[in-house]
Design a protein around this ligand. Structure first.
Ligand SMILES: NC(=O)c1ccc[n+]([C@@H]2O[C@H](COP(=O)([O-])OP(=O)(O)OC[C@H]3O[C@@H](n4cnc5c(N)ncnc54)[C@H](O)[C@@H]3O)[C@@H](O)[C@H]2O)c1
Length: 440
């Protein structure tokens, strides 16, 4: 391991262990009695990361041995949660290279902001760790392809955090659609209509003392800190996030693509959007409509469409669901909410079936990941599956940003005759140990 790394410890017990040169190892490990729990690390236990921690501390198949967090307060809180729940004091590190260098860690949960997903996942895969990485899998398209390469080259499992892929109710709905109950699905629609808050307008300021902003930035070109980057607000900035299309939208887009049955990139992407409601620093649209066209995708070789609608100022649901999907088939349609309900309609809107089930199942998604580590199988939200869905967010955001229809070559993954749009498929990095690189 190289580089100038300062450890920090925000937890007194861990601090004592660190001072003694021993990061964790509590002899009264309550999980030790279980058969071979896998030692894992959480990287970025913020909002969603805390949900993972809450789940992992109850899972006897794992031992949450290391907390990696660049925010001292969050690290301390997480270490405390783990200690209280399991009786084991976790190792606490700030620089993820400590996790990568630790041979006892077999898998990592990455719940950092989007700009760190690919860098961390690629480094972890190259270090031989199995990877559970949050959605959207990458900050830009090119990074996603590098993640697939890293997973395959190192033969590790790479599961992306679209937990709907492991949710029984959604799987049941997808099986229904596949059985042909609505005929052939020609169009699917995903929507994201909910009420978000404003992020305000801020000027650069000094980062809080408990945050290592330099590590938080990672390999991206440095920009001055602003208080409306945190907590979690980075997602509305081009430099760090993918807007709400890559945030909540990607869940529904993924479910729409699954039900539509398309397993390639679209060939054309048309989009319009902007800020119709908010007047703040947010750089992504609050109002956005994107249409993706998949030529030759129907049985008779005609195009299919996937539509995405976003109105993140809506204090009401659309079609009964805040976020959801509709599948328009030649014999009927299905309206599906990711919160666990669907309705099936036949010709003349005859209600054929209504079904309710539990909402997104994080535990099942974790279990699927761990099963795949044991069996070597591909997980439900394998990186290659999520790559195609996350790509729709990238294409949609690019088309909205440049204001032109994108003509995509699904094979070469390039955008024809539009260098400005093509450039947005990747990004520039500074000279940094975590900057993603293509394998030799
Ligand atoms: N699957 C889901 O349903 C779901 C729900 C919410 C969020 N998410 C995803 O989870 C991710 C995190 O979102 P959030 O809202 O929790 O953001 P957040 O900002 O609250 O949390 C991110 C955490 O990562 C830490 N971090 C940043 N860089 C780090 C680094 N280099 N090493 C270690 N820690 C680092 C931050 O300090 C912060 O605590 C996002 O990608 C988001 O899309 C998924």
């Amino acid at each position: 391991m190289t580089g100038n790394r300062r450890e920090f410890l925000g937890h007194s017990t861990t601090a004592a262990a660190f001072a003694a040169g021993v990061f964790a190892a509590n002899a009264t490990n309550t999980l030790a009695a279980e058969s071979d729990p896998i030692h894992v690390a959480i990287i970025g236990p913020g909002g969603m990361g805390s949900n993972h921690v809450g789940q992992l501390v109850t899972n006897k198949a794992v031992r949450l041995a290391t907390v990696c967090e660049v925010d001292e307060q969050r690290a301390a809180k997480t270490a405390d949660t783990i200690t209280k729940a399991t009786g084991v004091v976790p190792k606490v590190v700030k620089d993820m290279r400590h996790v990568l260098d630790d041979p006892t860690i077999k898998a990592v949960w990455i719940a950092t902001p989007d700009h760190w997903h690919a860098p961390a996942a690629i480094l972890a895969a190259n270090a031989g760790k199995h990877v559970y990485v949050e959605k959207p899998c990458s900050h830009n398209l090119r990074e996603g392809r590098l993640m697939i390469e890293a997973a395959r080259k190192n033969n590790v499992v790479m599961q992306v955090g679209t937990q709907s892929r492991s949710t029984a109710h959604i799987i049941k709905a997808m099986d229904k659609l596949k059985s042909g109950v609505v005929g052939e699905i020609l169009v699917a629609k995903a929507w994201n209509s909910q009420r978000r808050g404003t992020i305000g307008k801020q000027k650069p300021s000094t980062p809080p003392p408990h945050l290592d902003y330099e590590l938080w930035l990672g390999p991206v070109t440095p920009v001055p800190y602003q208080s409306n980057f945190l907590p979690g607000i980075w997602r509305w900035w081009h430099h760090f996030g993918c807007g709400d299309m890559g945030n909540d939208g990607v869940h529904d887009i993924d479910i729409a693509r699954w039900g539509l049955g398309v397993e390639t990139h679209p060939s054309r992407v048309a989009a319009l959007g902007g800020k119709s409601y908010f007047d703040d620093d947010q750089q992504f649209p609050d109002t956005q409509t994107v249409i993706f066209e998949y030529p030759g995708a129907t049985k008779s070789g005609k195009p299919k469409q996937l539509i995405y609608e976003q109105r993140i100022w809506s204090p009401y649901f659309q079609e009964g669901f805040e976020n959801g999907d509709a599948y328009y088939g030649t014999e009927g349609m299905m309206i599906l909410g990711k919160t666990g309900r669907y309705q099936l309609y036949g010709p003349r809107n005859k209600l054929i079936e209504e079904s309710t089930g539990p909402g997104p199942d994080l535990a099942a998604h974790h279990a699927n990941f761990l099963d795949c580590i044991r069996t070597g199988a591909r997980p439900n939200a394998d990186i290659e599956i999520n790559y195609l869905s996350t790509a729709l967010c990238h294409f949609g955001n690019i088309a909205t940003r440049v204001g032109r229809v994108l003509n995509v070559d699904p094979q070469s993954e390039q955008i024809h005759d539009d260098p400005a749009a093509e450039k947005l498929l990747g990004r520039e990095y500074r000279d940094h140990w975590a900057a993603p690189k293509r394998h030799a």
